[in-house]
Design a protein around this ligand. Structure first.
Ligand SMILES: NC(=O)c1ccc[n+]([C@@H]2O[C@H](COP(=O)([O-])OP(=O)(O)OC[C@H]3O[C@@H](n4cnc5c(N)ncnc54)[C@H](O)[C@@H]3O)[C@@H](O)[C@H]2O)c1
Length: 250
């Protein structure tokens, strides 16, 4: 694989499993030094070991994205080493258990919005500030969802949070476009990871049947798009929102 991210520094939140894991590995294969960040130490450290096994460079830093101060500390890691933060992938996220909107409790609502929207606001905010300060730009990639682009009954809080991530991306991107900081969003369709467990086997079958390509996505297929947006190959792209969903339109 071409080392298009040689000497770049990257952070991936939720990097221990699923899409974040594949993204961490892909960015490292492209030559970046990757901070794999997550609340899951065991799986996060396994990703680092895997990256090191092919000669890549990575480290694990624990960060719970529901805590603003932990995000500040994570994002500023490279600053304290006198290095740049080039790539920030805001990927950590959870889904709500399927529930109609009128039955969603305030507790579930607040948890989802904190985890899937406010955390991305904090990650984008502090990464942008740092990249602006360095005056050499950078690439921020927010992982939203096709659920943020249209209605998905029973996934109300998740849809609202992901729609918010899309607006956070497009608005934030235009504000800093002139300064070389690019902000884009990827919207995966249903992808084979643990997050789909909330839907159960029947729910997963229904999702799969609804995908024109006839199968769930693979985490690697989402990571490929993130890798492109992280690299200079996408140097004229900002404020954009990309679907990676096997053709799903509902
Ligand atoms: N899999 C899908 O079908 C799908 C579809 C659309 C969007 N997405 C989005 O992709 C992103 C990654 O999800 P995934 O499918 O890989 O799920 P996953 O459950 O496999 O991975 C999520 C990761 O986030 C970590 N995490 C959970 N809470 C955290 C916290 N408080 N702080 C830090 N890390 C935390 C988990 O430990 C895990 O490593 C999420 O934002 C999700 O909404 C997934």
């Amino acid at each position: 694989m071409e080392k298009s991210l040689y000497q770049k520094n990257a952070i991936v939140t939720g990097g221990a499993l699923g899409i974040g894991r594949e993204t961490s590995i892909l960015l490292a294969k492209k030559g970046a030094h990757v901070i794999v960040s997550d609340i899951n130490l065991t799986e996060g450290n396994k990703v680092v070991t895997e990256i090191e096994s092919f000669g890549g460079s990575a480290e694990f830093i624990k960060c719970d994205v529901t805590c603003e101060q932990e995000i500040v500390t994570l994002v500023e890691t490279f600053k304290f080493r006198n290095k740049r933060l080039d790539i920030m992938v805001n990927n950590a996220g959870i889904a709500n258990k399927p529930t109609f909107m009128h039955k969603v409790t305030t507790e579930v609502w607040n948890r989802l919005i904190l985890m899937d929207l406010t955390s991305v606001f904090w990650c984008q905010k502090y990464a942008t500030k740092l990249m602006l300060g360095d005056r050499i730009g950078g690439s921020i990639i927010n992982v939203a969802s096709i659920a943020g682009l249209g209605a998905s009954p029973s996934l109300g809080p998740y849809c609202v949070a992901k729609a918010g991530v899309i607006e956070l991306t497009t608005t934030g991107a235009l504000e800093v476009a002139r300064f070389g900081v690019r902000i884009n969003a990827v919207c995966p369709g249903w992808t084979e990871t643990a997050i789909l467990d909330v839907a159960g086997e029947r729910g997963k079958d229904a999702m799969e049947k609804n995908i024109p390509m006839g199968r769930l996505g693979k985490p690697r297929e989402v990571a490929n798009l993130i890798g492109f947006l992280a690299s200079e190959e996408s140097s004229f792209i900002t404020g954009s929102v990309y679907r990676v969903d096997g053709g799903t339109r509902s």
